[in-house]
Design a protein around this ligand. Structure first.
Ligand SMILES: [Zn+2]
Ligand SMILES: [Zn+2]
Length: 285
């Protein structure tokens, strides 16, 4: 029996333009991916963030500085990615991309950013990392203490934080971000990152919201990032998103794309075996 060879693809990775990563050059990541037999690899760095957001993050300049590159670096990033793409074209297919933040209320700023560089983008992830919280905007995946103090205490319960997050994800699908809007939803359940550090949430608290998100993603022809980073987070140990959601996505014909979300070359391809097993399971039903 012959079967179509599957091209290994990593659709979500970072580079030395990420200031909360290892600092290693993107080329080291790409080399690692080629060594591991990946055929397609997306560079999806965090683009700059609006001043309107960064000026209202209360937990310090150190965090703000490491969130994303400044605007004047964006062109350097894109050029670096384009040069690597050419240099490695006979070894691996690189896609130039970004992991774009959906920030509720800042759609116009985000659309303008995408209008400016979108014609150079070949792939992209759309993620929610920020929610309104105590004292301004809070990063949902910074630290467990920050999550508790800035979000859980502010919203009153873990369930309410989850609900606010999924509401933002739902809005991200509907938002008009122009023709270059990324079509893959990043780490759909990132809000579970510190789940083992807080009072366990009612496991069904957001099922309706999640199913609605999947229906809308299907209607808009979007894809899902199957992000393995969560599995290696000590307070999460769960793929973003978990199996039941992947099963629902398969039912709706939503394409699922593996993402290592590498912030260091050593993380490229991490958990790909788990991804393959999961895919075999959810597609067999
Ligand atoms: Zn992310
Ligand atoms: Zn990422």
């Amino acid at each position: 029996m012959t079967s179509q060879p599957i091209v290994r693809r990593d659709g979500h990775t970072h580079t030395h333009f990420c200031y909360h990563g290892s600092g290693d050059h993107a080329e080291l990541y790409v080399n690692r991916a080629a060594e591991l037999g990946f055929g397609t690899y997306s560079l999806t760095e965090h683009p700059p963030l609006p001043e309107e957001l960064t000026s209202r993050i209360p937990n310090g300049q150190a965090l703000i500085d490491e969130l994303a590159m400044p605007m004047e670096r964006l062109d350097d990033y894109l050029r670096m990615a384009e040069e690597l793409k050419t240099k490695y074209s006979d070894r691996i297919k690189l896609l130039v991309g970004l992991e774009v933040d959906y920030i509720p209320g800042m759609e116009a700023w985000t659309k303008e950013l995408l209008d400016r560089c979108g014609s150079r983008l070949e792939d992209g992830v759309l993620s929610v990392h920020f929610l309104p919280g105590r004292g301004g905007w809070r990063c949902v995946d910074y630290t467990a203490d920050d999550f508790k103090e800035g979000l859980v205490d502010y919203y009153g319960s873990v369930e309410r934080v989850y609900q606010a997050y999924y509401e933002a994800v739902e809005q991200s699908i509907e938002a008009d971000l122009g023709p270059y809007k990324p079509k893959r939803l990043g780490h759909l359940t990132l809000i579970h990152k510190y789940k083992d550090a807080v009072t366990p949430a009612d496991p069904d608290c957001c099922n309706d919201a999640i199913l609605r998100i999947l229906d809308k993603a299907q209607a808009k022809g979007m894809e899902l990032d199957v992000n393995l980073a969560g599995l290696f987070q000590p307070l999460c140990k769960e793929v973003y998103p978990p199996e039941w959601i992947l099963r629902e996505a398969v039912k709706r014909g939503i394409p699922l794309v593996y993402g290592s979300d590498s912030h260091s070359p050593a993380h490229v391809g991490r958990g790909y075996d788990v991804f393959e097993r999961l895919m075999a399971k959810v597609q067999a039903d």
